[in-house]
Design a protein around this ligand. Structure first.
Ligand code: PXG
Length: 448
């Protein structure tokens, strides 16, 4: 029972102590009646307040790609905060930000050689959208202002991100949003693609909807298209074969920038540095966050191609080229965390390891085909979505119950709608995949 897991006494926390914190994307009243608290973590496991080990099937929130509390990263953070805790981000700098940007640029595909630092995925997205519109303007194409996202897309929670995003609940409470935004259709189809392995065969033609929007608005009014190469938050939607290539070629044809939001896919999730590498499709900008610092210190970034950066580097020398940035852009502690994170990825060959393991992972995930309630399995790299049939009249209830039971029995999963999303740290071992599958299978059998 969930009730039995509450031990507010163990931290001395009373019910009132839980009231002040308005929790994000959480059913606050439900949570506070039955809290679930982690107090420590190591490698693949969290420890709960009542001393239980919970296998991390989600890398926290898709961010702890190298596993938890890695000594090298912890030490780098400790050292940095004791040496240079902060340096002003505007008209001043510190070496760590330049070193990190240089290293990231070398890791990024093609000529994505310039890096704008931010503090989250949401800020990365809003930054990329602003750069796109400003880029066209500095080139004398200031009419290119329209932005195109996709249904079911998740691009964080800034006004830019929810405007191009396509998740109804994240939009409907927040007024008129940005104007001049359209959405491509999402690519999910149980009818055509259920239980496909890797990239589904059906759906590339959905990219052609972009041509319709171009015809409607004229290319001279369109700034950029933004998509997640693999849509994560909405329940792991893998792009149909040829789909991203088609988006790229339509954007090229009409001078529209293509932005890949790789907040989830960046830093090894698909067994490559970026999804752009995995799919062999080159975007004009990439947004990242999460795995850039292994979830330890908030950080995000926008990768920008040479031609975009160069377009801004004109005018008088003392002119600020882009009126945008954050107090904590390139924060020294975040930079140190990211540097050490990249060291760990590199020294342990984690992207390669993830690539090698992805076949085992895929087999394991597709073993859920035939388990009770399962109506689709989607898997690529070290990510998977397992879609459950909704309880009649109660969408999300079955998956949430599954989440609660997993937590009680020692496994952290993430659910969105009635889809279970799995994205373990890239250090997961085969026996831990087996453990995850065994437990989840058992719980699926027990679910109402
Ligand atoms: N873009 C994408 C593609 C994301 O997945 C963001 C932007 C926003 O990042 P920040 O750092 O502002 O949260 C995200 C974040 C989930 C889940 O379980 C997904 C995200 C965040 C929290 C939970 O689906 N994605």
């Amino acid at each position: 029972m969930v009730q039995e897991l509450i031990h507010p006494q163990s931290t001395g926390a009373s019910r009132e102590d839980l009231e002040a914190f308005w929790m994000p994307f959480t059913a606050n009243r439900q949570f506070k009646a039955n809290p679930r608290l982690f107090v420590s973590a190591k490698d693949m496991y969290f420890t709960t307040e009542d001393g239980r080990q919970v296998l991390d099937g989600t890398a926290g929130l898709w961010c702890v790609n190298a596993g938890h509390c890695r000594p090298k990263i912890v030490e780098a953070i400790q050292q940095q905060v004791a040496t240079l805790d902060y340096a002003p981000a505007f008209q001043m700098g510190h070496p760590g930000a330049f070193q990190l940007a240089d290293r990231l640029a070398k890791l990024a595909p093609g000529d994505l050689n310039h890096v704008f630092f931010v503090n989250s995925g949401s800020e990365a997205v809003d930054t990329a959208l602003k750069i796109a519109i400003a880029y066209h303007r500095v080139r004398g194409e200031g009419t290119r202002q329209r932005l195109i996202g996709r249904e079911r897309g998740y691009h964080g929670v800034g006004f830019g991100g929810i405007s191009v995003g396509g998740i109804g609940t994240n939009r409907k409470f927040f007024g008129s949003l940005l104007t001049g935004v359209d959405h491509l259709p999402h690519t999910h189809s149980l009818e055509h693609n259920a239980f496909s392995r890797q990239q589904p065969a059906w759906g590339a033609h959905l990219a052609d909807e972009l041509e319709r929007l171009v015809a409607l608005h004229d290319p001279s009014n369109i700034a950029a298209v933004i998509v997640e190469p693999v849509a994560g938050s909405t329940g792991v939607l893998i792009p149909p074969q040829g789909y991203l290539e088609r988006l790229r070629s339509i954007c090229d044809k009409h001078g529209i920038l293509l932005i890949f939001d790789e907040v989830i896919t960046g830093f090894g999730r698909l067994g490559t540095g970026f999804a752009a590498d995995y799919f062999g499709v080159m975007p004009d900008m990439i947004t990242v966050a999460k795995g850039i610092s292994n979830g330890t210190v908030p950080m995000g970034a926008v990768f920008v191609r040479d031609g975009i950066y160069d377009a801004f580097m004109h005018g008088t020398e003392n002119a600020i080229e882009l009126f945008h940035g954050y107090t904590y852009s390139g924060h020294p502690v975040a930079c140190a965390a990211a540097m050490a994170t990249l060291d760990v990825y590199e020294e342990e060959g984690l992207f390669h390891y993830a690539r090698e393991l992805s076949g085992y992972w895929e087999e394991a995930m597709h073993s859920f085909k035939g388990a009770p309630h399962v109506i689709d399995v989607r898997s690529l790299g070290l990510v998977a979505g397992i879609e459950l049939e909704s309880l009649p009249g109660k969408p999300t209830a079955r998956a949430f119950e599954c989440f609660l039971r997993c937590y009680q029995q020692g496994l952290l999963i993430r659910t969105t709608g009635d889809t279970i999303a799995l994205s373990p740290p890239l250090i997961i071992q085969k026996h831990q995949i087996d453990q995850l599958v065994e437990l989840l299978t058992q719980i699926l059998h027990e679910l109402p």
